[in-house]
Design a binder for this molecule. Structure first.
Ligand code: PMP
Length: 359
């Protein structure tokens, strides 16, 4: 017996972890600077850590109340109803729930190329087919309505990532409105705002008041520093009513994760510090890396370095882990996450040394 054929899917390639690399190199993980997964270098809010401690004795119960509390808190924050907030296991979970809610077997989705690989995985897991729209390097990976509409052919779901991973490019609000109005009635636009805390651009969430063909996905993994707890959410139009109850895996976001997310939402100071550090690092990377880079709205910068695999291996041997973008179809680029000031300076020094040697 064999599982069904998903051989067209490449397995998800995560940024390499510090422990894994440290073991391989015989180094102490504390001596490594990991800038390969767009994590928060300050980690979670101390209030979230405290909430995790306080919740530990309660993990014998199913997390029903904490889901409700989190949906209500997010609803108040975004000025929507609690039914419009789908609490999910990471933003990946939100993508899956939308696939479950919208895809019939054989439906097509349209995803960016290069782009976040889970769009295609989620669609295929839910018996969908995948088409892509191209973001052109020659055009600085610009994200405009035409970028999408040139490839659009009535797909059921169209994914928009803003800021985009790994390029950092953004869709303007006007572009999202234009697209919501240009696509056919049966097409859902999923606006992935995993990195939205790092940009000045407003969220697309308030567009849900006027457009019922949009959903916005967000996460606690990035700016809130809770990647290890797997909590995200979708915000959907009011008109969808109780759809969540039909697609939700019961209790999929954990009690600890929801309680930590609730505490993190109250710590504005930690979020501000996080965003300030990332903006500093973004500028520092762009100003000091000896390689062409692209403007980024996220907590990372894409840099063109030549042979990305060789550069990433060499920087790793010296203690800095960056993301080789070959798996994104950009074998000449690395993506460098924003670290602390110290970590970012160290990364730039080491990457520049490596570039001098390999050129
Ligand atoms: N969307 C984008 C664009 C991402 O880069 C990521 C994380 N790599 C996610 C969604 C998923 O984030 P998570 O499941 O950790 O919330």
């Amino acid at each position: 017996m064999q599982p069904r054929d998903l051989s067209d899917l490449s397995p998800y390639v995560p940024g390499r972890g510090a422990e894994e690399v440290a073991r391989e190199l015989g180094m102490d993980p504390d001596d490594l600077t990991k800038l390969s997964s767009n994590e928060n270098p300050h980690g979670p809010s101390p209030a979230a850590v405290e909430a995790i401690r306080e919740t530990a004795p309660n993990v014998g119960v199913y997390p029903k109340a904490s889901h409700t509390d989190l949906a209500e808190k997010l609803a108040a924050r975004w000025d929507v109803t609690p039914e419009q907030v789908w609490v999910t296991p990471g933003a990946d979970g939100a993508l899956d729930y939308l696939s479950r809610a919208f895809l019939d077997p054989g439906d097509r989705v349209l995803a960016p190329e290069p782009g976040f690989s889970y769009y295609r995985m989620s669609a295929r897991y839910h018996h969908g087919e995948v088409a892509t729209y191209d973001l052109a390097k020659a055009d600085d990976f610009a994200q405009t309505p035409d970028t999408v509409l040139d490839a659009y052919d009535g797909e059921r779901i169209v994914y928009l990532t803003t800021p985009h991973n790994p390029t950092g490019a953004e869709f303007s609000r006007a572009a999202i409105v234009d697209l919501a109005e240009a696509v056919e009635d049966h097409t859902l636009l999923v606006v992935d705002e995993a990195y939205a805390e790092y940009t000045d651009a407003p969220s697309a969430i308030d567009l849900l008041d006027t457009h019922d063909n949009l959903a916005v996905t967000r996460t606690f993994s990035k700016a809130y520093g809770l990647a290890g707890l797997r909590v995200g959410y979708g915000v959907v139009p009011e008109a969808w009513g109780e759809a969540y109850a039909r697609v939700n895996t019961p209790f999929a976001a954990s009690e600890v994760g929801c309680r930590a997310a609730l505490a993190a939402l109250d710590d504005d100071e930690h979020l501000e510090r996080t965003v300030e550090t990332a903006r500093w690092a973004r500028d520092y990377l762009r100003d000091h890396l000896d390689a062409p880079t692209w403007e980024s709205g996220g907590n990372f910068v894409l840099a063109e370095v030549g042979d990305a695999g060789a550069v990433a291996d060499a920087t790793q041997r010296r203690g800095v882990i960056v993301r080789d973008c070959s798996s994104f179809g950009l074998p000449e680029c690395v993506r460098v996450s924003c670290g602390t000031r110290e970590g970012t300076r160290r990364a730039v020094e080491i990457i520049n040394d490596v570039l001098t040697e390999v050129r």
